[in-house]
Design a protein around this ligand. Structure first.
Ligand code: PXL
Length: 284
């Protein structure tokens, strides 16, 4: 067994506009975790651009799995994100079944700001619940949490609603649920989490930057995964992920970088490999 943890990252690669694998690979590598990419699609630019070209890699996924089985490859984690077609949901489930000891992480990428991404539709969103139900860890943003729970996209959540949403999502299957960027009534924006085994709810405050850029969800989930694989408790992993994402967003904003170009993490990576002073975290 290698001391370096191996993650099969089933996600797209977009040439322009930092997100998915172009964020996940450098982030996890800096944390000392090996990323084994299983690309779901290649895009010239992410779907937030007015147009882009996309090559779907659906049939690549089962052939890659077949090869890994032949190699008797083992992964410590299977982490899924942006999927290029509805068939890919079953292919991700095949990965989960092939590596039963792996930590199964589903970032149920579907949309943001109350809207679905251009390549997602209602059927795909509905089918994604199958994958979510087999995960150990899920990391929806507020839009994705609302879609999974078939709730209206809310402008804010009370503490009671936040706990109820986390609990309802965990009933779908995962023992660790994190919802990102949740505006809490009168309190600001938080990443919130639930550790079902300990029955503990957590919140970590995000300091507000008047700026939105692509790739922050992928960045948060990658640091969370890296932390959990290295033995972080849930609140410590959430804390680390929140701090790094916030640093990268502030960096992006400070250079007046184009939001579409994505989160400017390159100058920040050394923070992840060094000693990190963590912020306050409390029970939700
Ligand atoms: O960050 C989520 C994401 C991943 N992959 C692609 C996207 C997006 C969000 O826009 O377009 C291709």
């Amino acid at each position: 067994m290698s001391i370096i943890k191996k993650v099969a990252a089933i996600n797209d690669i977009s040439g322009v506009g930092r997100c998915s694998l172009t964020v996940i690979i450098p982030t996890l590598s800096t944390m000392g975790v090996q990323v084994c990419p299983v690309p779901t699609a290649v895009l010239s630019a992410h779907t937030g651009y007015t147009d882009f070209v996309m090559s779907d890699l659906t049939e690549f996924i089962p052939s890659a799995l077949k090869h890994y089985e032949k190699l008797k490859m083992n992964f410590d984690c299977v982490y899924t994100g942006f999927l290029g077609s509805i068939e890919q949901i079953d292919y991700c489930l095949d990965f989960f079944n092939a590596f039963p000891d792996a930590l199964k992480v589903v970032d149920p990428v579907m949309g943001d700001d109350g809207k679905c991404y251009a390549t997602y539709n209602d059927t795909m969103c509905r089918e994604l619940k199958k994958l979510v139900s087999k995960a150990d860890v899920i990391t929806p943003n507020l839009t994705e949490a609302a879609i999974l729970l078939e709730e209206e996209y809310p402008s804010q959540l009370s503490s009671a609603m936040a706990k109820s949403w986390l609990a309802k999502l965990s009933i779908m299957g995962a023992k660790t649920v994190v919802i990102t960027s949740v505006p809490m009534i009168d309190k600001g924006i938080y990443n919130i989490g639930y550790d079902k085994e300990r029955n503990a709810y957590w919140k970590v405050k995000i300091s507000e930057v008047p700026f939105h850029c692509s790739g922050t969800g992928d960045m948060f989930a990658s640091v969370l995964v890296g932390g959990l694989l290295k033995g972080d408790s849930l609140p410590i992993a959430m804390n680390r992920a929140t701090s790094f994402t916030e640093l990268a967003v502030k960096t992006t904003y400070s250079y007046a970088s184009q939001p579409l170009d994505g989160v400017m993490f390159e100058p920040c990576l050394s923070w992840l490999s060094g000693y990190q002073v963590l912020r306050e975290f409390t029970n939700l």
